[in-house]
Design a protein around this ligand. Structure first.
Ligand code: E4P
Length: 317
């Protein structure tokens, strides 16, 4: 079912990879899903490379330095929270490869595209390799459309349906760099649907397109899901440190020709398949159904996690 990557002595010089084992490079770029530069450094030293990083408000809220400040009784104002986020991504930025660092705008269900764009422009200036994350909603895609027209790289997050991915494709046609769409596998699995099917369906739908959107598989919960992403040849996958550490501990397995993804929940029950739908990518982006319950819940959770940690409102409108 799986083969193991060649482990060879490091040929890199420098602090991060001196003792690292280099692994056979997959076509799929591997990003760290987290909010802690120390963790990114640790993973880079463990696997020899980190192609990029994704962050989000929940992950930033868990950053040890933010946690420390909160524990010592400090309440972060919205401006201070933004400054902390900036410092974190500025430390991560030089550690990663060309898949960049995704920085997510603070938004709730009422935030307008213009408000997101204002944040996106500022965040894009923080580091040279930023991707701005907008939620896969009507306002998020409107912000993304305006962003790519201004040369801002985008990553559309909280994608749970093929229609939403079609909307991402249509809204980002003016992009100069590849736009990313982040379908969340684990959160679909959590409610009994086979999230990996969504990845396959989006890839199939995008075959009719011009290749300007890359699939960034997100919400990875297991090594099996990571291997399935490699087997499908998704352009990018973002993975929590603990899964990458488990992957390393197993000797960096890669899927061989007979690899078959199980698509089962933790109790072994088969997940419900998600059917492919025929969708015309040439339709205007705002004609697609962009609503999904998990997108709404995801936005609410990001706000709750961040504000819960700060102990006060972030001031997002
Ligand atoms: C992606 O960019 C997200 O940060 C992430 O993959 C969400 O994963 P979760 O469902 O485990 O929170």
């Amino acid at each position: 079912m799986e083969s193991h990557c060649l482990a060879v002595a490091s040929i890199y010089t420098g602090y991060f990879t001196m003792n690292a084992v280099l692994i056979e490079k997959q076509k799929t770029k591997v990003l760290v899903d987290g909010g802690n530069p120390e963790e990114t450094l640790r993973i880079k030293s463990l696997i020899g490379f980190v192609d990029g990083q994704t962050t989000n408000p929940s992950l930033i809220a868990r950053n040890p330095e933010i946690q420390h400040r909160i524990a010592s009784g400090h309440k972060l104002s919205p401006d201070e929270a933004s400054e902390e986020y900036k410092k974190i991504v500025q430390r991560i930025s030089p550690l990663v490869g060309d898949a960049g660092v995704s920085i997510e705008v603070f938004s709730n269900l009422d935030t307008t595209a213009e408000q997101m764009l204002t944040q996106g422009k500022d965040m894009f200036s923080w580091i040279p390799n930023a991707y701005i994350k907008y939620p896969c909603t009507r306002e998020g895609l409107r912000a993304a459309q305006m962003s790519v027209e201004e040369g801002i790289r985008v990553n559309i997050t909280l994608c749970f349906s093929q229609e939403q991915a079609a909307g991402v494709y249509a809204a980002t046609q003016a992009t100069k760099a590849p736009a990313y769409v982040s379908p969340f596998i684990g959160r679909l699995d959590d409610r009994g649907e086979n999230g990996m099917d969504l990845i396959k369906n989006i890839q199939r739908m995008y075959e009719a397109g011009d290749g300007h959107v890359y699939v960034l598989a997100a919400s990875i919960r297991s090594i099996d899901q990571l291997l399935a992403c490699f087997a499908l040849g998704v352009e990018l996958v973002t993975v929590p440190a603990k899964i990458l550490e488990a992957w390393a501990a197993r000797g960096f397995p890669t899927p061989n020709r007979n690899f078959a993804y199980k698509g089962a929940d933790t109790s072994g029950k088969t997940l419900k398949p998600i059917q492919y739908r025929s969708i015309d990518l040439r339709e205007p982006w705002n004609t697609f159904d962009l609503t999904h319950e998990l997108t709404r819940k995801g936005i609410e959770k990001f706000v709750a996690d961040f504000e819960g940690t700060l102990g006060q409102s972030t001031g997002v409108r």
